[in-house]
Design a binder for this molecule. Structure first.
Ligand SMILES: C[S@@+](CC[C@H](N)C(=O)[O-])C[C@H]1O[C@@H](n2cnc3c(N)ncnc32)[C@H](O)[C@@H]1O
Length: 242
C-alpha cells in the first residue's frame, strides 16, 4: 500500500503550482529533492533548441516572468528546506544567468552548500557573437552539514560531470529533459533504496522515472497539464525512454 504524507501519496505525480503544493507537504518528510526549476529566460519550448525537431517538442512549458524570479525562487527554496528531513539534501540545477537568485534563495533558507557542481554537455544553442553555453550549475545543498547521505561510490568523485544530453530521434519530448544518467548518478550518491525523492518542477518527469527504476519512492509536481500527463506516462513506461 502507498504511504501518504498529508494529502499526497508517494509514487504519485500531481498537476499544479509548486508554490501552492509545496506548503501542503508535511515538514521533514522528504529525503532528497532533485530539481531543475524554470529559468526565467523567456524560454520557447517550440524553438529548435539543442538541434531537435520543433514539431516533436511538447508545447506549453511554463516560464516565470523575469521580474518575479527572485521572489519565486526564494519562496520555493524556503518551502523545499522545510519539507526536507533533518538529514535531507537537495540538488538544484541552474543556468549561469539566474544563478544569483538561486544562491540567494539557498542562503535565505539557511541551507549549506556542500558542492557547486558543473555539468558539461555536448552541445548548446548556436551563437554568432558569443560563446556557446554548454554547461549547467548544480548546487548540492544540505540541511545539516554534519549529517547527510553521501555514498562515496568513486574513490575520487570530482565536481565536474561530463554527461551528454540525450537524442530522442523521432519521438515526443519536453524541451529541457535531463539525461537519465545524470539523475541516476545523483540518486546513487545522495539516496538509498526506499528513500522518498521529490521534484517540484517535473517537466518530463525524469527524476520520478529514474527514482522508480532505482528503487526509490518519488513525488512530483508539474503545472502544465500536458507535461504532467507525459511525465505520468513516462513513469508508467508508456512514453519517453529510460
Ligand atoms: C526546466 S523544466 C524541468 C525539466 C525536467 N527536469 C526534465 O527532465 O524534463 C521546468 C518545469 O517546471 C514547470 N513549471 C514552471 N512553473 C511551475 C510551477 N510554478 N509549479 C510547477 N511546475 C512549474 C515547467 O512547465 C517545466 O516543465
Amino acid at each position: 500500500m502507498k504511504r501518504c504524507l498529508g494529502k499526497f501519496c508517494e509514487d504519485t505525480l500531481y498537476e499544479g503550482d509548486a508554490l501552492t503544493l509545496l506548503p501542503e507537504i508535511p515538514g521533514g518528510s522528504i529525503d532528497l529533492i532533485v530539481t531543475d526549476p524554470p529559468f526565467a529566460i523567456d524560454f520557447k519550448a517550440h524553438r529548435l533548441n539543442y538541434n531537435r525537431t520543433g514539431s516533436n517538442v511538447l508545447e506549453g512549458y511554463q516560464e516565470v516572468p523575469e521580474a518575479e524570479y527572485g521572489d519565486f525562487t526564494r519562496q520555493w527554496i524556503l518551502e523545499a528546506a522545510r519539507v526536507l528531513s533533518p538529514t535531507g539534501s537537495m540538488y538544484i540545477f541552474s543556468g549561469w544567468n539566474r544563478l544569483r537568485d538561486i544562491l540567494e534563495g539557498i542562503d535565505a533558507a539557511g541551507l549549506t552548500t556542500v558542492n557547486h557542481l558543473i555539468w558539461k554537455y555536448q552541445f548548446g544553442v548556436f551563437t554568432k557573437k558569443k560563446y556557446v553555453t554548454s554547461h549547467y550549475h548544480i548546487l548540492f545543498v544540505v540541511k545539516d552539514p554534519k549529517h547527510y547521505t553521501f555514498n562515496k561510490i568513486d574513490h575520487y568523485p570530482e565536481d565536474v560531470w561530463v554527461i551528454n544530453r540525450e537524442y530522442w530521434k523521432g519521438r515526443k519530448k519536453t524541451p529541457t529533459k535531463l539525461p537519465s544518467e545524470l539523475v541516476k548518478k545523483i540518486l546513487a550518491y545522495s539516496s538509498n533504496p526506499g528513500d522518498l525523492v521529490l521534484d517540484p518542477f517535473l517537466g518530463s518527469g525524469t527524476v520520478a522515472v529514474v527514482a522508480h527504476d532505482e528503487g526509490r519512492h518519488f513525488l512530483g509536481f508539474e503545472v502544465v497539464p500536458d507535461y504532467c500527463d507525459f511525465a505520468r506516462a513516462c513513469v508508467a513506461g508508456k512514453a519517453g525512454k529510460r
